[in-house]
Write a protein of this length. Structure first.
Length: 538
């Protein structure tokens, strides 16, 4: 059944408007698509610092008919009917309906919490702090910590941030409680059950995997972190606050090798090399520096593949390039989606684990010695040191996210919201060893177990990279002419539609392939093949 052939049901009655609205599935999809467009653009403008006041509540008001019990009931009925029907169920029919259903329930939650959420966003974008006579916007604090070489000064910034966060915590808690109340009203036992169904994910099993990864990396982490603490902080690794993680993550020692002015230009050149430059015609890259612009780079898809936005606020250094490639992975994903796919496959995903996988495959290239030498002219010696440091940062981030997910899982599986602050600091301290402030328990949590999406994406990206290594060593020994690889990739991309690319590359590598090939070039082309041809369909 295509969405268009969905059966019309009797029109629901919208009590708030006193109007009868005709609804069927195509109309719901159509309206949902418009709603997503409006709401994505509203949050983008606020994040970009182009609009001071967040007014998503107004948008939810405009589309409130979508989030009524009647509309949800209509979609739910169709799901139930399809499941009960004796005929074989097409998995894509059910998948389409379920994606729409969960997009609507997500919308309902956001509709009910929109005013509070707007107040929180506006609060953060307006918040100011004074540190040693210097006035800073709240969003400037974290970049300051990232670049501040003096240990004590970083903690001063951290103290100031804590005050801003503590003031808004009651509002953040109210949003979470309201979300849980709505989910229970819809018939879900709780937060964990809702997201397990919405994201098709068994979090209890995943928690076991997370525990296993933690155990397997315990020794490595406990050996590595004290050395780094001594080397970078000049201190024993004891009672060190989590704010210093921001500094370690920024790898600011190597900032000089990553010039701010080149961030966007390098990404464009890189994309050209992949043969995917055409995709960028629908990607709007905003790299302007506005004080109230959120420093966290961001990609949004109001209407993929026709309209995709990438926001970045370069501050200088490695993190800019990492963020650019990461968000670039999302942007290419959005712009590469087939226009002909049904709306639910184009616009709604179960989780973000897939798109984060693409983001991580690209992101890690900024530590690759070949990539560094080609795009940024970094010497082999320095590149090796960067690679080593990046390995540490990746391990650190992994440990942090293992802690984040464990905290969220423990809190929600035990219905222990009131113990949230202590569970947060305890789990984060157990996995990172850094002293973690309880006040951050809500602002350091992305809704819907996003921490698990990241972890799954890291696992997925690592598996794809391993696969590529095996593939390439089985074909021929590696050589290292990166430039020729890029050119070759571009030519093949231009000549052929998605499906035939990989086959052609392998054939040519056997026969008249260029003499040189390398993991990066094949990985990039293969990644783009998969992006265009297979994975994006679901
Ligand atoms: Zn991402």
């Amino acid at each position: 059944m295509s969405p268009k052939s969905a059966k019309r049901s009797s029109p629901p009655f919208d009590r708030t408007q006193g109007l009868r609205i005709n609804y069927n599935l195509p109309e719901i999809e159509n309206r949902l698509e418009k709603f997503i467009y409006d709401v994505e653009n509203e949050s983008r403008l606020v994040r970009a610092g182009l609009k001071e006041k967040a007014e998503t509540a107004k948008i939810y008001q405009k589309y409130k008919d979508l989030f009524s019990r009647e509309v949800l009931g209509l979609v739910k009925n169709q799901i139930d009917q399809l499941r009960e029907s004796s005929r074989t169920i097409s998995s894509s029919q059910l998948e389409i309906l379920e994606r729409i259903y969960f997009a609507l329930t997500d919308g309902l939650i956001s509709y009910k919490t929109a005013s509070l959420d707007d107040a929180i966003k506006t609060y953060f974008s307006k918040a100011k702090v004074k540190i040693n006579g210097e006035e800073l916007a709240y969003f400037q604090i974290s970049p300051k910590i990232a670049k501040e070489p003096i240990f004590i000064k970083r903690e001063k910034y951290d103290d100031a941030a804590e005050k801003v966060i503590a003031r808004v915590n009651p509002k953040q808690l109210a949003v979470l409680k309201e979300e849980i109340r709505i989910l229970k009203n819809l018939g879900f036992p709780g937060y964990l059950d809702y997201y397990s169904q919405a994201k098709k994910m068994n979090y209890t099993n995943f928690f076991q995997i997370v525990q296993k990864i933690k155990k397997e990396t315990d020794n490595l982490w406990e050996r590595t972190m004290p050395k780094v603490s001594q080397e970078i902080f000049g201190r024993t690794f004891k009672n060190i606050r989590a704010c210093h993680l921001i500094y370690l993550r920024s790898m600011s020692l190597y900032d000089n090798f990553y010039p701010k002015e080149k961030v966007v230009a390098v990404f464009l050149e890189f994309t050209k090399g992949l043969g995917l430059f055409d995709l960028l015609s629908t990607v709007n890259i905003d790299d302007k520096n506005r004080p109230s612009k959120n420093p966290r780079a961001w990609c949004s898809w109001p209407k993929p593949p026709e309209e995709v936005h990438l926001q970045i606020k370069p501050i200088g250094g490695e993190q800019d390039f990492e963020a650019m490639l990461h968000e670039g992975g999302h942007a290419l994903h959005g712009a590469g989606i087939f226009k002909s796919l049904p709306f639910a496959f184009r616009n709604i995903s179960r989780s973000n684990a897939l798109t984060e996988t693409y983001a991580y495959i690209l992101e890690d290239l900024v530590f690759d010695p070949l990539w560094l030498s080609y795009f940024l002219n970094v010497s082999a010696f320095t590149a090796e040191r960067i690679k080593k440091q990046a390995y540490f940062v990746n391990l650190m981030m992994l440990r942090r996210y293992l802690g984040k997910f464990s905290y969220e899982y423990e809190m929600f599986s035990k219905n222990a919201i009131l113990r949230g602050p202590i569970l947060y600091s305890r789990n984060l301290e157990s996995s990172t060893g850094f002293v973690t402030k309880k006040a951050n328990w809500l602002s350091d949590m992305d809704s819907g177990f996003y921490s698990a999406d990241y972890l799954r994406a890291w696992i997925g990206a690592a598996q794809i990279k391993d696969y590529l290594v095996d593939l390439i060593t089985s074909v021929r020994p590696l050589s290292r002419d990166f430039r020729r690889g890029l050119q070759f990739g571009t030519v093949v991309q231009g000549e052929l539609p998605g499906g035939a690319i990989l086959e052609t590359i392998l054939l040519r590598m056997e026969a008249d392939a260029p003499d040189e090939s390398d993991l990066f070039y094949l990985g990039a082309v293969l990644g783009s093949t998969a992006m265009k041809d297979t994975l994006f369909k679901g």
